[in-house]
Design a protein around this ligand. Structure first.
Ligand code: HEC
Length: 115
């Protein structure tokens, strides 16, 4: 049986492993030099590479990927499995339960209506 991700654990993982590059707030300008990744507000259900003004890699901008639990789990395991030329750094989410916890957290935290 597949384990359900735990959003509380996912939050701690996000703060440690993701928040120095990604904001969850849309208000933070995408070119904020402190944040090297695009903001993740509204992430789940949106197309990859869709934040205006963020200098995505060509592959991410032109991909037809939609972010949902399945694609996020693959991306966190190895970004290059889903997008060959992404410039997202290899993030060491080696443990499958950690990936599931982060995705459970993202499903809540990136949805402004559910915050
Ligand atoms: C060192 C900075 C950095 C860290 C740390 C980082 N990312 Fe990223 N992330 C990026 C960059 C840069 C991109 C854009 C990649 C591209 O354009 O190919 C990105 C893209 C993404 C995207 C796609 C966003 C979109 O708008 O389509 C998701 C989802 C994502 N990262 C999730 C995560 C998660 C979850 C973590 C923590 C486990 C994480 N990232 C850690 C830099 C980072």
């Amino acid at each position: 049986m597949r384990r359900q991700g735990d959003a509380r654990l996912g939050k701690d993982l996000f703060v440690k492993a993701c928040s120095h590059c990604h904001s969850l707030q849309e208000e933070v300008h995408p070119s904020n030099p402190r944040l090297r990744g695009p903001h993740l507000s509204g992430l789940v259900g949106r197309r990859a590479g869709a934040i205006r003004g963020f200098p995505y890699s060509q592959d991410m901008r032109h991909s037809h990927l939609v972010w949902e639990a399945r694609t996020l789990l693959q991306f966190l395991r190895n970004p290059n499995d889903v997008l060959a030329g992404t410039k997202a750094p290899y993030v060491h989410m080696k443990k499958s339960p950690d990936r599931e916890d982060i995705v459970a957290f993202l499903q809540v935290a990136t949805n402004p209506a559910r915050r």
